[in-house]
Each structure stands twice: as structure tokens, then as C-alpha cells.
Design a protein around this ligand. Structure first.
Ligand code: SF4
Length: 366
């Protein structure tokens, strides 16, 4: 049952004939994941949200880790952080509702400062974004003068403002190589995910200094998990996100960003597959690939799961919570994101290891 986002459960909206008329066409896509009895709770919210979006000229950007009823039934654009950032930059809507976590809403605000950007729950954070501050980055720059700073988009606006160029897991290797060349340095400061940093280091000759941050969802997977899955399921294809530790990536058949994993399934149509990433991702990719069997040893992101239909509806009704960022921070952070978006990258980063994933240093706050 959905989280009622602060409303008492008794205030759940009624499932009327009008709601049925407005939402019946949406149910078949998610019927495999949401039983009909639960759909009757979601559908009134979906109808109300879609009506309000039209009324307020709003769009909803839905990250791949959103639950199926959000991802498929109210999201106007969906994808990984990079895809959502690009959609935010292009949209002519007046209001953006970020169905994702706070750093994603900040990224939308940075790219569209004139628009109203709403996050349905201010507590939707991220262990990576929380691991580092702008002050930490300034100290690192003093310690490693001349080394460009490449920052994963899973960071706050303050951190992006101290950054030379941003990256996502879909382009991290290419961005690191570009930064080394552009800034004339054999070393790059890559923040804040130590595992993504190691996975990038295994795919490039550039020396990497990183930070002791980690995604609390992906760091929990182990190589032993994969060996057990394979033992019990011969022939299963294992796909992993590069925020997983390097020994997990080494055991997987393929590693890539959420869009990379989704494309792999679409193009290869494996018979039996497991996605080592956030749980809702499997549901959303499964909805697009009905002939593929998905095993579900996954981990939930508690921050992503704070975003629910009732909270999205409330955000549109009350125009809260607005994301506000200092204009100077916006200008500097925007330059780092736009440098990434402007790069003519031709392919997704490849992470399958051909050598040891070693970084030159892992820094942390002292
Ligand atoms: S899955 Fe990991 S990186 Fe993504 S929001 Fe959750 S904690 Fe952050």
C-alpha cells in the first residue's frame, strides 16, 4: 500500500467511475507488479496528478528507481540522472516535479533557474551526496593543485560549484579522459564514489584521486552474492551498476549505468537476468521487456522510496517543496554540468575489468 505522505490513510482518494475512465489504459503496463486491489488505491492519485499537471503546465521527471506506478503512470520523462538533466534543460513547462532525490532536483534547478522545481519530500537524500561538502572539495584542490575535479552528479549544488566538470555513471570514463587532456594533467580528482572511481580507474590510464563516499544501496552487493545466484540458476545473466564494488563488477557479465543496463536487456533479450541495482529498476525494465525473466535479489533505496504518489499530488497542490539555490552557486555549478552535456560522447562507459581497479588515493574528511 502506498505511503500517504502525511495524509491519514482514511483520506485516501476514492476510486470512482471517472478515475477508472482516466486511468484504465495505464494499468496493463504495470499489472504484473501491482495487484488490482492495490491499483484501486493508486489510480485516484494518478488521475488527480495528471489533471493537475495539465492545469499547472508541470512535468514530472521520473528516475529509473521510482516505483512502477510513478515511473509508468505519472512520469513525463524517465531515465537516469543524465537523461533527466537533459530533459530538464529542454522542457518548456513552468513547473518541474522531481520524482527522484534532492540532488536531482537541485540539478534541474541549476539548469532551469527560472522554473519552479519541486521535490515532493525534502528528506529524499542520498548517501553519496551527503558524504562530501564544497569545503571538502576546496581542501582537496589545495592538496592536489592542477588536477581537475570531476564530480559525479550525485552531489549537492555546493559541490558541483567547486567542480570542473560533472559526470554520470554512463559517461564517467570518457569524462575523466577528457578532463585529463583538457586540463593537461595525468591525475584527476574523482568525487565522491570510491567504488565508481575504482571501476573507472580500471578502464583508463589516468591516475585517480577519490573520496571515501559510497552508495548505501550498491555497496551492499558482494561477489559471493553473484556466485550463489549462478550456482542456483545456471545460465543467468548478471548485470551490475558501477556503484557496486569492483569485485562485483568483475563477476558480472555486464556493468553499466541504469540506462546502460536497460539497453542491454532490450538489445540482448536474455532468457533469465538479474540486475544488481535498486529494486524498482528491475520492475521498470521488466515492464518494457515482457519476454525476459527477471530474478529479484535487489536492494531498496530508502531515499528514493520517500517519493510517493500522495506526496507528488501534494507537491502540485501546494507548490511545495521549492528547491532554492544561491544564484552564484547556480552559475558555477551550471558551468560544470554544461561542460559534461556539451561533450560529444559517442558511447556509454564500459566497466568490465581487464586489470586491477586501483586508485592513487582515497581521501576523507579529517
Ligand atoms: S541508490 Fe544510492 S546513489 Fe542512488 S539515491 Fe540511493 S543512495 Fe544515492
Amino acid at each position: 500500500m502506498p505511503d500517504f505522505g502525511g495524509y491519514p490513510e482514511a483520506h485516501a482518494l476514492p476510486f470512482t467511475d471517472e478515475v477508472r475512465r482516466k486511468t484504465d489504459h495505464l494499468y496493463p503496463k504495470i499489472a504484473r507488479f501491482i495487484p488490482e486491489i492495490e491499483w484501486r488505491v493508486h489510480a485516484p492519485y494518478i488521475a488527480a496528478i495528471n489533471d493537475l499537471k495539465r492545469e499547472k503546465n508541470a512535468v514530472i521527471l521520473a528516475h529509473n528507481y521510482m516505483t512502477p506506478e510513478i515511473f509508468n503512470c505519472v512520469g513525463d520523462f524517465s531515465g537516469d540522472s543524465l537523461q533527466l538533466a537533459k530533459e530538464a534543460a529542454k522542457t518548456d513547462a513552468d513547473v518541474i516535479v522531481q520524482a527522484g532525490v534532492h540532488f536531482m532536483a537541485e540539478t534541474s534547478k541549476i539548469l532551469c533557474p527560472e522554473k519552479t522545481v519541486l521535490i515532493p519530500d525534502m528528506r529524499a537524500g542520498c548517501s553519496l551526496a551527503a558524504s562530501i561538502t564544497g569545503a571538502d572539495v576546496r581542501l582537496l584542490k589545495q592538496k592536489y593543485p592542477g588536477a581537475p575535479v570531476v564530480t559525479y552528479v550525485n552531489t549537492t549544488a555546493d559541490v558541483k560549484a567547486e567542480t570542473d566538470i560533472c559526470c554520470t555513471s554512463s559517461n564517467a570514463v570518457e569524462v575523466v579522459e577528457h578532463a585529463a587532456k583538457e586540463w593537461g594533467s595525468d591525475t584527476v580528482i574523482f568525487l565522491p564514489d570510491q567504488y565508481l572511481a575504482r571501476n573507472v580507474a580500471a578502464a583508463t590510464d589516468v591516475k585517480i584521486i577519490t573520496w571515501a563516499g559510497a552508495c548505501e544501496v550498491h555497496e551492499r552487493f558482494t561477489a559471493e552474492d553473484i556466485r550463489e545466484i549462478r550456482e542456483g540458476n545456471p545460465g543467468v545473466i548478471v548485470l551490475a551498476h558501477p556503484e557496486c564494488p569492483p569485485d562485483v563488477i568483475a563477476e558480472a557479465d555486464f556493468a553499466g549505468s541504469t540506462s546502460g543496463l536497460s539497453n542491454y536487456v532490450k538489445e540482448n533479450q536474455p532468457q533469465n537476468v538479474v540486475l544488481l541495482t535498486e529494486c524498482s529498476m528491475s520492475d521498470n525494465v521488466a515492464a518494457e521487456n515482457p519476454d525476459v525473466h527477471f530474478m529479484r535479489p535487489c536492494n531498496l533505496c530508502p531515499h528514493m522510496k520517500r517519493i510517493t504518489l500522495p506526496k507528488i499530488l501534494r507537491a502540485l497542490q501546494t507548490m511545495e517543496h521549492k528547491v532554492e539555490i544561491d544564484p552564484d552557486v547556480i552559475a558555477r555549478a551550471r558551468a560544470a554540468i554544461e561542460r559534461m552535456i556539451a561533450l560529444p560522447l559517442k558511447r556509454q562507459s564500459m566497466y568490465n575489468h581487464t586489470r586491477a581497479p586501483e586508485v592513487a588515493a582515497v581521501e576523507s574528511r579529517v
